[in-house]
Design a protein around this ligand. Structure first.
Ligand SMILES: NC(=O)C1=CN([C@@H]2O[C@H](COP(=O)(O)OP(=O)(O)OC[C@H]3O[C@@H](n4cnc5c(N)ncnc54)[C@H](O)[C@@H]3O)[C@@H](O)[C@H]2O)[C@H](O)CC1
Ligand SMILES: [K+]
Length: 480
């Protein structure tokens, strides 16, 4: 995993009700347990804590170790700088204990003068994943002091050797790192301990993913996404409109290109309408629509586009020639089903429900969500893109990993919620997200908006109401 994932997973863990207090307790306990397993008990232990959460893990480790060892805790820095609730809480507990010696050292000269001979184990909880740049004083002096005892005492780092990745770092015998080894960590020994993250965090989409995907990219119009939506026919105008409406809350500019016949029925100042001649898309429109795609960051094709032969041909030809990230939805899926080779080399998300999945791949997704996930993953690998299979649990895969989403409710079987979803996925692509994340977070926000509508109206609502709840869902995510 990457350090970026820690940020996402901590938020998702909180959403599942797992508090930072629980994680810190398990982290500190894991450090203490590892030390006792490796070196026995009755040890003389020095714990060096900084004022961040790495230091907080050190406070917990000190308490656990103090039951059967002789522990001294050195706080390096000002206790007023202990900021997080969980670190403060564990610091207050420690201060109330008589069997743990505490020394607060703010001044480098005192640190330089420390004598640590006699300690069997030194626990380094000065700096962890929150480190920025080279270690500054007084932490730097503490690192240098600890290093004077390399080879004499056992040095155990919490999460990573403090100072890492800078060259000024603790010379640890090993680090105790938490649950998932991080890809960025290299060049030091590690023992990985579990701290109570459930398996869901690998797969379940949550507000952490959404927060990450929704981060604003720029201050100027157009920097936060331009999306092109291609849809509509003489039979339908609502589907592409719903996609456009939902997307308009996320990106700066939404262009909706439609045959002029259905386009006449739309009057919404939030959406830039680009009518093309006629009642349905045909190959005649290809160059004009490709030129619009050229100016966009991502494209959605399919909602309400219909199933006329000449339109399906247009869809296939467009997909083949379009170089922007694509969402292919609804009738668009049936258009490409006849020739999936048009997807070759493209960046895309397909958003089928079970029936459309069958049309695309000849098999119906059945069984548990894990079984469906395996199938979706296999097919995503075959076609070299992302598939979002819609259902009570949405399943999303890029052929390598898979995710699932469980926001949403029965009321969302109402027509048009799939178009809202396509709009959101397209918008998230236009914001620069990779397709797996765009698809996962689109499903999450769509379901969340639906759940918010349900809270107000019960289960009988329409897709436009879901689209209009999108800003509320986004606000909830941002504030979570
Ligand atoms: N989810 C998890 O993986 C868990 C991680 N835990 C532990 O938390 C730390 C990360 O904590 P954080 O508070 O974000 O950062 P740090 O403790 O590493 O440091 C912040 C602290 O240090 C100061 N600082 C930053 N850079 C420097 C520098 N170059 N020189 C001096 N001081 C610096 C900064 O100002 C802050 O005050 C993670 O490593 C784990 O150990 C949880 O406890 C369990 C869950
Ligand atoms: K550390």
């Amino acid at each position: 995993m990457r350090i970026e994932d820690v940020y996402i997973w901590d938020i998702n863990a909180k959403w599942l009700g797992i508090s930072p207090f629980q994680l810190m307790e398990n982290a500190g306990a894991g450090v203490a347990r590892t030390i006792e397993e490796k070196f026995g008990k009755g040890l003389k232990v020095a714990v060096f804590s900084g004022t961040g959460n790495n230091g907080g893990d050190g406070f917990v480790a000190a308490r656990h170790l103090s039951f059967e060892n002789d522990v001294t805790l050195f706080l390096i820095g000002d206790e007023a700088k202990i900021r997080s609730e969980e670190a403060k809480h564990n610091w207050e507990i420690l201060k109330g204990l008589d069997f743990v010696r505490i020394k607060i050292l703010k001044d480098s000269t005192y640190i330089k003068a420390l004598d640590l001979s006699g300690f069997d184990v030194i626990v380094d909880a000065l700096l962890g994943a929150g480190t920025k740049g080279e270690p500054r004083e007084p932490i730097r002096s503490a690192i240098e002091k600890i290093n004077e005892y390399a080879g004499k005492a056992k040095i155990v780092s919490v999460d990573l050797p403090s100072g890492y990745p800078s060259a000024v770092r603790v010379k640890a015998d090993f680090a105790v790192t938490f649950q998932w080894d991080k890809e960025e960590y290299d060049g030091f020994e590690r023992v990985v301990v579990k701290i109570g993250y459930p398996k869901e965090l690998y797969h379940l989409v949550g507000p952490g993913d959404a927060k990450f995907a929704l981060r604003k990219k720029g201050e100027h119009k157009g920097q936060n996404g331009r999306l092109l939506i291609i849809g509509g026919s003489e039979d339908y105008f609502g589907a592409p409109y719903l996609a456009a409406k939902a997307a308009s809350y996320l990106v700066d500019l939404v262009y909706l290109v439609m045959p002029e016949y259905p386009a006449k029925r739309i009057a919404d100042p939030d959406i830039i309408l680009r009518p093309v001649e006629g009642k349905n898309f045909t190959k005649e429109h290809l160059e004009e629509v490709l030129a619009l795609a050229e100016k966009s960051d991502a494209v959605i094709i399919g909602p309400g586009i219909g199933l006329r032969e000449e339109t399906k041909e247009f869809v296939r030809e467009f997909v083949k020639r379009c170089e922007k990230p694509l969402v292919i939805d609804a009738d668009g899926l049936k258009g490409i089903a006849e020739d999936l080779s048009v997807l070759k080399g493209k960046t895309f998300v397909l958003t089928p429900h079970g029936g459309e999945f069958k049309v695309l791949f000849g098999v119906k997704p059945e069984g548990s969500f894990q079984e469906k996930a395996e199938l979706v993953r296999a097919k995503a690998r075959e076609i070299g893109g992302v598939i979002l299979l819609k259902g009570a649990y949405d399943v999303i895969s890029d052929g390598k990993t898979w995710k699932y989403n469980r926001t949403g409710n029965r009321g969302m079987t109402t027509g048009g919620t799939g178009d809202v979803l396509a709009g959101l996925v397209g918008a998230l692509l236009a914001l620069g997200n990779e397709p797996l994340r765009a698809a996962s977070v689109g499903a999450f926000i769509n379901g969340l908006a639906g759940d918010m509508v349900k809270d107000e109206l019960g289960e009988n609502f329409t897709a436009l109401e879901v689209a209009k709840k999108v800003p509320h869902a986004v606000k909830w995510v941002v504030e979570f």
